[in-house]
Design a protein around this ligand. Structure first.
Ligand code: ATP
Ligand code: MG
Ligand code: MG
Length: 345
């Protein structure tokens, strides 16, 4: 059988590994941190830093293909792995999504709408950008941001200090946030899951609802946008595309070159979920049936001081997914629950 290598052993790596098992595929995780959620469910897990070339080489030599569950893998590590085994999704997809400005320029280049933006590197360029884009606006670091980290809302004359290469984005007055989880196979076939509507709390995804309460034409537009991005990148694997819904149409917020939190609902509402779809794609298999057979609401379980996950296990028509994290910290993603609200087909 084949072995899929996964860079990163968080909950996404864990759920990818769980989806690989029924396809008879083995998974080898590479993760710098000890006690990662994915290690509990796989036979092979290498615990080493991305700078450890011997460990990377030994890891890659056991794999038929390598994929990743997060987008900030150091370039040198990727170069070494790619000299031994294919990386899917490809390096361009990774490079584009690692840098918010490269991402926006790419999206504009294929004719898609993004928020108005300007590069910011110091106090002077920030002042210039605020003059151009106005307030409110949002200052984001170009790289490494997630869950709203590294972002500052700018609403008046007091400007924050610029501590990293950044981008200023004009504030989008959206009526809703949606996302499309799309997949593209090695043969170029694309399959998109239905768009979900996302609600964030404190910068972290809170719920995803399918179907999104949106007109049919907007849902179709969103799926077409995802397909255009997948094809333009000659992409292989699953991608998350976050969009703002505005009265003027759809604006792409950002893309993630991996399985996505807002696609977790597919585990219990589709025959082939996003994790199985990603494994199929990177392994060169035909894509599966991503049609939605149920309506669902995904609720993220974020760590607090007093957590009782058993209450969710007792709910009817719901599926509890816990990540096996030993330490529960406030704001940490501990699990999610998929509540089935109706059977659609
Ligand atoms: P993720 O965990 O999704 O990767 P992130 O840190 O990359 O998050 P963004 O997706 O850029 O952050 O922004 C987080 C949230 O902040 C968005 O989902 C949206 O609610 C809000 N937001 C971001 N950019 C804008 C904008 N230009 N206008 C209005 N709201 C915005
Ligand atoms: Mg992001
Ligand atoms: Mg986001």
């Amino acid at each position: 059988g084949s072995t899929i290598g996964i860079l990163g052993g968080g909950q996404l790596g864990r759920m990818l590994a769980l989806a690989a098992a029924p396809l008879g595929l083995r998974v080898h995780i590479f993760e710098p941190g000890a006690d990662c959620p994915a290690a509990q469910v796989v036979d092979a897990c290498t615990t080493a830093p991305y700078e450890d070339e011997d460990a990377l080489r030994a890891f890659a030599q056991t794999c038929d293909v390598v994929t990743y569950e997060f987008e900030n893998v150091p370039t040198a590590a990727l170069d070494l792995i790619e000299s031994l085994v294919p990386i899917r999704p490809n390096r361009r997809a990774l490079a584009v999504s690692q840098d918010r400005i490269a991402e926006k320029e790419f999206l504009q280049g294929i004719g898609l709408n993004v928020a108005p933006f300007a590069a910011v590197d110091d106090a002077a360029s920030l002042e210039q950008a605020v003059t151009t884009l106005g307030t409110p606006s949002i200052l984001k670091t170009r790289r490494f941001g997630y869950d709203g980290k590294g972002q500052a809302r700018i609403s008046d004359a007091t400007l924050p200090e610029v501590t990293a290469p950044s981008v200023l984005e004009g504030f989008v007055d959206f009526t809703a946030e949606i996302s499309v989880i799309g997949a593209r196979g090695l043969d170029g076939a694309t399959v998109c899951f239905d768009p979900g509507q996302n609600v964030h709390l404190d910068g972290i995804l809170h719920t995803t609802t399918v179907p999104a309460p949106l007109p049919r034409n907007l849902q179709t537009d969103a799926v077409l946008i995802a397909g255009r991005i997948l094809n333009a990148l000659d992409y292989v694997g699953v991608m998350g595309v976050e969009l703002f819904v505005t009265p003027q149409g759809l604006i792409v917020n950002e893309i993630a070159p991996r399985v996505h939190n807002s696609g977790h609902w597919t585990q219990d509402a589709c025959v082939t979920d996003q994790f199985a779809q990603h494994i199929r794609a990177v392994a060169g298999w035909p894509l599966g049936d991503g049609q939605r057979h149920s309506d669902a609401v995904m609720l993220n379980l974020i760590g607090t001081d007093a957590d009782d996950w058993a209450q969710f296990a007792a709910e009817p028509a719901s599926a509890l997914h816990l990540y096996g994290k030993s330490e529960c910290r406030p704001g940490r993603k501990m699990g999610h629950v998929n509540r089935i609200t109706a059977r659609s087909r």
